[in-house]
Design a protein around this ligand. Structure first.
Ligand code: NIG
Ligand code: FE
Length: 409
C-alpha cells in the first residue's frame, strides 16, 4: 500500500539512533491522542516548543528508548498445556509423530473446547500481560484451536473482548484451517473452512462481535495441501482479508512460492523454503515471518535468513507462542534470531518492529519512533539498546517501562 514502510536488504541493518551528548539528552514527544509529535534532541525540542511544560514527563535518563516490539505470529487463545509432549519430543518424537498419536493441535482443541469462556479470557489476558512486560505492544493473534464455525467465532470473539482489557494492539487472524478435524477428509475440511467457518466469521464481524484482519492456513503434509491452501486463500482474498500463511515448516511443499505468486501479505516458518520460494516472496512483496523458537524446540533446520535478506525478502520475526512453543518474550526471539539465524542485532530489531508491523500492514502507524506513528515504546535500563538482545532470559528489570499510545502501562 502507498506509504507502507519496511526495510529490506542492507537497509535492515541501518538503524537511525539518536544519541545524547555531554550537553543534552533526547526526547520523544507524544500528543494527547497518543501519536508521536517529535523525536529529537532536547535542544531542538526546546527550540520548537519554546517550553518544557508538557502534561506528563517520563524521565528516562541513563536509559535507551526503543519502539515497542511487534510480534508478527502468535497463537494465544487455548486451554490446557502440552508439557507432556515437550518431554516426548525431547526424547526424540517428531512434531508429526506426536500429532499422529492423538496429541498436537487436536489435543489442544479438545482442552480449549472444555475450558469455559471466562477462564480462556483470563488465560489470554495473563499471557498478554506477560508479553507486554517483555515489550510487545502490537501482536498478531490467531484463532485455530476449534476447527469449526462456532468454535472459531468463539475464539475470535474472546480476542475481541480481550482487546478492551489490554493496552496491546491486537491484529486478529482466523486460522480455522489449522488442522484437519478427526474423521474428516481434507477436501471436506477445506470445504468446511470456506463454506461454513469463513462466512460465520465474516457475519460475526459484520455484527461487530469480533474483528479479523487476516486468514491463515497450516499448509503441510497431514494438514492442508498447496491446492487446498490456495482455495482457502482465494476465498479469504474475495472476503477482503489479508493472508498470513504457515508454509514450508516441516516439508518442502513450495508453499512460499505459491504465497508469493498470490501476493500473500505474509508467510511464516520457511524452514524448508526453496530458492524459487525465496524469489517469489521477494517478487510478491510477501513478508517472511521467521520463528526461531519453534526451530529450536523442534530441532528444525534454520530457515535461510541471510539468503532471504540478500535476495530482497522482507524478513520479520514472531514468537509463535503456542502450546508447542511456549515463549511469550520477544527479546528471547530476537536473541535466537541472532544466534541461530545470524541476523545482526540491528536486523533483528528491524525484523521485530517495522517489518513485523508491515507483515500486518500496519507499518505506517507502528514499528518505529517517528512523528505520526502511535506512541508505543519501551524504556530500557541499559547503556546501549543492544542489551535488549544481549541479556538472554530475564527482561523484567531491564525493560523499565512500557508505553502504549503515550500511556505508561
Ligand atoms: O506455528 N504449525 C502449526 N501451528 C503452530 C503449532 C501449533 C500447535 O502445535 O499447537 C506452529 O508451530
Ligand atoms: Fe504458528
Amino acid at each position: 500500500a502507498p506509504g507502507e514502510l519496511f526495510k529490506k536488504g542492507a537497509a535492515m541493518g541501518d538503524l537511525h539512533v539518536l544519541r545524547s551528548s555531554a550537553t543534552g539528552g533526547c526526547s520523544v514527544v507524544i500528543n494527547a491522542d497518543g501519536i508521536i509529535e517529535d523525536v529529537s534532541t532536547d535542544d531542538d525540542i526546546a527550540a520548537r516548543y519554546g517550553h518544557w511544560s508538557f502534561d506528563h514527563k517520563l524521565d528516562a535518563s541513563g536509559c535507551c528508548v526503543l519502539p515497542g516490539l511487534v510480534d508478527a505470529h502468535s497463537h494465544p487463545v487455548w486451554g490446557g498445556d502440552r508439557v507432556h509432549e515437550f518431554i516426548l519430543k525431547l526424547a526424540g518424537a517428531s512434531y508429526l509423530e506426536v500429532q499422529a498419536s492423538g496429541g498436537g493441535i487436536q489435543y489442544t482443541v479438545d482442552r480449549t473446547r472444555d475450558t469455559p469462556d471466562q477462564e480462556l479470557l483470563t488465560l489470554l489476558l495473563q499471557r498478554l500481560r506477560r508479553m507486554l512486560a517483555s515489550g510487545t505492544t502490537l501482536l498478531e493473534a490467531k484463532s485455530g484451536y476449534a476447527l469449526n464455525a462456532d468454535g472459531e467465532v468463539r475464539l475470535l470473539r474472546l480476542l475481541h473482548q480481550a482487546a478492551a482489557f489490554t493496552p496491546i494492539t491486537i491484529s486478529p487472524t482466523f486460522l480455522g484451517a489449522h488442522a484437519i478435524p478427526p474423521l474428516m477428509a481434507s477436501d471436506e475440511a477445506t470445504r468446511q473452512v470456506i463454506e461454513e467457518q469463513l462466512p460465520a466469521v465474516m457475519a460475526a464481524k459484520e455484527l461487530g462481535e469480533l474483528s479479523v484482519d487476516a486468514v491463515d492456513v497450516f499448509c503441510e503434509v497431514g494438514a492442508y495441501s498447496i491446492a487446498q491452501t490456495r482455495a482457502i486463500a482465494d476465498a479469504a482474498q474475495r472476503s477482503g482479508l489479508k493472508l498470513n500463511l504457515h508454509v514450508d515448516e516441516l516439508t518442502p511443499l513450495d508453499g512460499a512460492k505459491m504465497a508469493g505468486e498470490i501476493h500473500a501479505e505474509a508467510v511464516s516458518h520457511c524452514e524448508e523454503v526453496s530458492p524459487e520460494g525465496i524469489a517469489a516472496l521477494a517478487a510478491g512483496g510477501t513478508v517472511a515471518v521467521l520463528l526461531p523458537t519453534t526451530q529450536l524446540l523442534l530441532g528444525l533446520k534454520a530457515p535461510p535468513a541471510r539468503e532471504m535478506i540478500d535476495k530482497g525478502v522482507i524478513v520479520a520475526l514472531g514468537s509463535d507462542f503456542n502450546p508447542n512453543a511456549y515463549c511469550l518474550a520477544m527479546p528471547t526471539v530476537l536473541h535466537l534470531a541472532c544466534a541461530l539465524l545470524r541476523l545482526s542485532p540491528a536486523e533483528a530489531l528491524t525484523a521485530a518492529t517495522l517489518n513485523a508491523a508491515h507483515a500486518l500492514r500496519r507499518s505506517t502507524s507502528h514499528g518505529a519512533l517517528r512523528p505520526g506513528m502511535v506512541g508505543d515504546l519501551m524504556v530500557l535500563r541499559a547503556p546501549r539498546w543492544e542489551h535488549l538482545i544481549y541479556q538472554l532470559g530475564e527482561h523484567a528489570s531491564l525493560i523499565e517501562q512500557v508505553v502504549c499510545a503515550g500511556r505508561v502501562v
